[in-house]
Write a protein that binds this ligand. Sequence first.
Ligand SMILES: [Cu+2]
Length: 183
Amino acid sequence: MIVQNEIASIAWVGMGLVALGFAYVVSQASKPADAAQAQAAYATSNRLRRWLFAGLLIIGIAVSYVTLKPFPIPPQHAPLQAAQVVDVVSRQWSWTLSATQVKAGVPIEFRVTSADVNHGFAIYAPDDRIVIQTQAMPGFTNKILHTFHEPGKYRILCLEYCGLAHHGMLGEFDVVAADGARS
Ligand SMILES: [Cu+2]
């Protein structure tokens, strides 16, 4: 599920509310203070702050639970039993993949390592949205598991600065429909 656009909309609404709050404070700033009103406003803001804290705490716990339950990182020290395995070796400044064509609709295990320095292995969908990423580290093999649903040409970009030609460290592979035909 792609939720970036929804999150951006929520952020814009939140920023708008904050801006409205500022505008209200500025519009009220020149009015003389009234001791009784100030006391009442202080009590109200204290009450609101307690509710806000409780609300944010509950939302934070709920969002953490819902988003971390399908934890994206699979167990690293057990076989993953994925239908396809792609070994990925990174080096300054290229990616070597054991397969450049994978099937859509079945889980694929990427085993990612590095032959020299740390790199950032990131897969981008044809619409340039990041799909999944992990570190490529010398001496370690990091496993990630992903099921592609959209056939197409996927790109690999390095997400960790790794030297002079880091920006040119690109790779690509094809995701084909499960019956083997390109769609
Ligand atoms: Cu890099």
